[in-house]
Design a protein around this ligand. Structure first.
Ligand code: PGA
Length: 250
């Protein structure tokens, strides 16, 4: 089964020109690989520019959508608008957006809008700290249950989950690297929660990715530990590191 590589560019690059250069280097350096589904998520304002990416090798995604469908919501960008600029995926519930006040209820609404517009949601979940009492498991369970509360069993099949422990994200102060073992443990747990929600067959079709300081040195460890793919932030902006990550997955 194909592995997913999601490139989350966050609020980068800082100009159309730099975006063009990054797109050129992706088109030049990354080769077609049927075993890997690459999804590039630029800032919305560069989405049209990103349509210069070779469609055979790259899918487009956005980093967020509005909880609203359309209308008087200044500054918001809808699921349908993103779809009309050829996005097929949307990252939702990223910890950096949760940090700006996004609740599980808002994320649930956004996931509903995404599915309606035929965008595939990539739902990020992950704890701030790993406490010895294991309470982080309950935290992840409630993120999953509340964020997916409006998703039917039929639609759940296409959802992608990205486990991104906040303590491992490159921009978190004093971040620490997660291990393949950390991922493996949570993957089993996430699968159990999904299985309780939707049944084992459906849970087995839901891809579970790892994200948090992924680079060319640790990518293999997470894949070997059962990750269905990787969500890559910082290293997705460095073409050498990014292509090395993809080569590891071949
Ligand atoms: P990072 O970002 O790879 O720079 O840690 C991952 C993310 O926040 O999605």
């Amino acid at each position: 089964m194909a592995k997913f590589i999601i490139a989350n560019w966050k609020m980068n690059p800082s100009s159309v020109k730099e975006t063009g250069l990054l797109i050129d280097s992706l088109n030049k350096e990354i080769y077609l690989n049927k075993n890997i589904e690459i999804v590039i998520c630029p800032p919305n304002i560069f989405l049209q520019k990103a349509s210069l990416l070779d469609k055979k090798r790259f899918n487009l995604g956005v980093q967020d959508i509005s909880r609203e469908v359309k209308g008087p919501f200044t500054g918001e960008i809808s699921a349908l608008m993103s779809k009309s600029l050829n996005a097929s995926y949307v990252i939702l519930g990223h910890s950096e957006r949760r940090g700006l006040g996004e609740s599980n209820d808002i994320i649930a609404q956004k996931i509903k809008n995404a599915i309606k517009a035929k965008l595939i949601p990539i739902l990020c979940v992950g704890e701030k700290d790993r406490t010895h009492d294991g309470s982080y498991l309950n935290f992840i369970k409630s993120e999953l249950m509340s964020s997916l509360s409006l998703v039917s069993k039929k639609d759940a099949k296409n959802i992608i989950i990205a486990y991104e422990p906040i303590w491992s994200i490159s921009t978190t102060e004093n971040h620490q690297n997660a291990t393949g073992h950390d991922f493996e443990e949570i993957k089993i747990y996430i699968k159990k929660v999904l299985s309780d929600m939707y049944g084992l067959n459906t849970a087995n079709t839901i891809k579970i990715l790892y994200g948090g300081s992924v680079d060319n040195k640790n990518a293999k460890e997470f894949i070997d530990s059962g990750a269905d793919g990787l969500l890559v932030g910082k290293s997705s902006l460095d073409i050498k590191k990014f292509s090395a990550i993809i080569n590891i997955l071949k």
